[in-house]
Design a protein around this ligand. Structure first.
Ligand code: AKG
Ligand code: FE2
Length: 487
C-alpha cells in the first residue's frame, strides 16, 4: 500500500516503481525500513559473492509488476550506461499464486535453479553480465512486488550521494531558517526553489502545518530511545545471516586508512559538522537499536563535546549522553558523531567524520550507522524530533563531498584476497557460483507487518511505523489511487 502511494508509472510497460529517490521525496519516513532492507540485501550479496565491503548500491527500488508486465531474455549490464552494474539482486516481497499469477524469474541456461518462483523473502542474486541471461515471465493477474537492487564495484556509481542530496533538500525535513552559514543559505535557497516542484504535488491531502506529523511522532523515540541503558562494554556484534563481521574487522585491523588522505585535519573534519541543534532538549540515554548489525561494518558514532563553545569540563560531563557503547579506536571506516554536553546534556551537534580521527579520543560512546545515508537520515529524524533546524545539517552534508569519499573509500577497503586478483571485469570471488538463491532475509522485510522474523530491537520501531501507517491509511489510499490511476 505504501509502495503504491510512493510509486510512479512508466519505468516499463505495466510496471510501476518506487526508487529510493521517490521515497525520499514522497515519504522520507519510509527510508529507515528501506535503507535497512537495502543494507540487508547488500550484506547478503557481498557475503555470498566474497565481496565484503566492496559493493555499493547503484540502484534500489520497489518494483510492481502488474498484469501484462514481462521482461524478455536479457542481462542487466546490456547497455553502455549500465556497465557499472556488476551484481543484480531481486528480493521478492509477495507470493506467486496468492498475490499474483505468473511472473516466474528464469535463467536461460546454467546450473539449477533455472526457474525461481517469487515468494516473500526469497532473494535471487547474480552477476549482471552476459553470464546470466534471464527473463521474467508475464504476470497474469495481481501485482508482483520486488525490491530490486543493482550493485557496483565502482564507488562513484553508488546512489548514496544522490540520496543524501535529495534528503537534504526535502521540505518535510527542512526546518531551519535564518542561519548565516553560507552553506546553509545555499542549501535553503536550493530547497526553496525545489520544494514546490519536488514535494508538493505528492502531498495533496496534507496541510503544510501537518507535515511534521507525517514523519510520525514517536518514530525517532522508538528508533533511538527504546530504553534507558547503562553504558557497558560493547559486546561483540552478533553475527547475523549474510553478514561479514570478521572480514569487516580484518579490514579495519589492516589499518588501510584512506580517510587520512581525504580528511587531513580536525578542522577539515569540523567542516563536516552537519547540524547545530539550537533548540534541542535534554535527551534520555538513548540506545542505538541497530548498533549490533551496523557495528559489523565497523561503522560507529561517538558523542563528542563541542570544545569550541563549552569549557572542557562541561563538555566532558555531558559527552556520551547519546551512546551505544564504547568506541573502538582503529575500527577504521568512518563515523557519525552526535555532540552533546554543552547545554545540560542536550544534543547540540552532529558530525560525520573519519573514525581514524577518533583515535585517542576520550569520548567513547555513540551511535553507529550502516552507511552515510542511514546516518544522515537518522540525524534528520533525531533533529526533527528535537525540533531542530535541519536545513543546516542538510546543506552542509550535501556540500561536503569528502564525506562521500570516505564512504567510498570504506566500501573499497581491500579484503584479504585483494591485490592477488586481477582487475579484469567484475569479480565474483574465486569459485563463487555465478548465481545464488540465498536464504530468507526475514530481517530485510521486518518492516512489513507480521513478517516472519520481525522483532528484536526494531520491533518498537516497526510497531510505531505500522500504527502511523494505519492512522494515515485513508490518505495513503487516496494518494495510491491517484498515482496508480494511469496504469
Ligand atoms: O524481477 C525480477 O525477477 C527480475 C527483474 C529483472 O530482471 C530486471 O529488472 O532486470
Ligand atoms: Fe534483469
Amino acid at each position: 500500500m505504501v509502495y503504491q502511494a510512493v510509486s510512479t508509472v512508466g519505468y516499463r510497460p505495466h510496471v510501476r516503481s518506487a526508487t529510493i529517490h521517490d521515497v525520499v521525496t514522497t515519504a522520507p519516513w519510509l527510508l529507515p525500513p528501506l535503507a535497512r532492507a537495502r543494507r540487508a540485501v547488500l550484506c547478503a550479496v557481498e557475503a555470498a559473492f566474497g565481496l565484503a565491503l566492496e559493493l555499493g548500491v547503484e540502484f534500489s527500488g520497489l518494483i510492481g509488476w502488474r498484469p501484462g508486465a514481462q521482461l524478455g531474455w536479457h542481462h542487466d549490464a546490456n547497455r553502455e550506461y549500465l556497465d557499472r552494474r556488476h551484481v543484480s539482486a531481486v528480493l521478492y516481497l509477495n507470493t506467486q499464486g496468492a498475490d499474483f499469477g505468473g511472473g516466474d524469474f528464469r535463467f536461460q541456461d546454467g546450473p539449477e535453479p533455472l526457474r525461481v518462483a517469487p515468494r516473500p523473502g526469497r532473494l535471487v542474486a547474480y552477476t549482471a553480465d552476459a553470464r546470466n541471461v534471464h527473463c521474467v515471465e508475464r504476470v497474469g493477474w495481481g501485482e508482483r512486488v520486488t525490491l530490486t537492487l543493482w550493485f557496483s564495484l565502482e564507488p562513484a556509481a553508488a546512489e548514496d550521494g544522490k540520496v543524501l542530496e535529495q534528503l537534504c533538500r526535502c521540505p518535510q525535513l527542512r526546518m531551519g531558517t535564518g542561519s548565516t552559514d553560507p552553506l546553509t543559505q545555499r542549501g535553503q535557497q536550493h530547497a526553496e526553489a525545489e520544494a514546490e516542484e519536488q514535494c508538493n504535488p505528492v502531498w495533496p491531502v496534507v496541510e503544510s502545518s501537518q507535515r511534521r506529523v507525517w514523519l510520525g511522532p514517536g518514530l525517532p523515540d522508538t528508533m533511538f530511545l527504546l530504553r534507558q541503558q547503562q553504558q557497558q562494554q560493547q559486546q561483540p556484534a552478533e553475527v547475523q545471516p549474510g553478514t561479514s563481521t570478521e572480514s569487516a574487522r580484518q579490514h579495519a585491523a589492516q589499518g588501510q586508512e584512506p580517510q587520512r588522505e581525504v580528511c587531513a585535519s580536525e578542522d577539515r573534519c569540523a567542516a563536516a559538522a552537519i547540524a547545530a541543534f539550537g533548540t534541542a532538549q535534554p535527551t534520555e540515554e538513548p540506545v542505538d537499536v541497530r548498533s549490533q548489525r551496523l557495528s559489523e561494518l565497523g561503522l560507529r558514532a561517538v558523542a563528542v563535546s563541542d570544545a569550541a563553545s563549552a569549557p572542557p569540563a562541561a563538555a566532558a560531563a555531558g559527552a556520551g549522553a547519546l551512546g551505544g557503547g564504547p568506541a573502538r579506536d582503529g575500527d577504521g571506516v568512518w563515523v557519525c558523531e552526535l555532540g552533546s554536553g554543552v547545554d545540560g546534556g542536550a544534543v547540540d551537534k552532529l558530525l560525520l567524520r573519519s573514525s581514524t580521527h577518533l583515535a585517542g579520543s576520550s569520548s567513547g560512546r555513540g551511535l553507529r550507522f550502516g552507511s552515510l545515508t542511514e546516518a544522515v537520515m537518522a540525524a534528520a529524524f533525531t533533529a526533527y524530533r528535537l525540533g531542530a533546524p535541519l536545513a543546516r545539517a542538510a546543506s552542509v552534508a550535501a556540500a561536503a563531498p569528502e564525506l562521500r569519499v570516505w564512504e567510498q573509500a570504506a566500501s573499497r577497503a581491500p579484503g584479504p584476497e585483494a591485490g592477488s586478483e586481477d582487475d579484469a571485469g567484475p569479480r565474483t570471488g574465486a569459485g563463487a557460483p555465478a548465481r545464488l538463491s540465498l536464504q530468507q532475509l526475514s530481517e530485510s522485510v521486518a518492516w512489513q507487518e507480521g513478517a516472519p522474523g520481525a522483532g528484536g530491537p526494531l520491533q518498537g520501531y516497526v510497531a510505531a511505523a505500522t500504527a502511523q501507517l494505519r492512522r494515515q491509511l485513508p490518505e495513503w489510499l487516496q494518494l495510491g489511487s491517484l498515482l496508480g490511476a494511469s496504469d
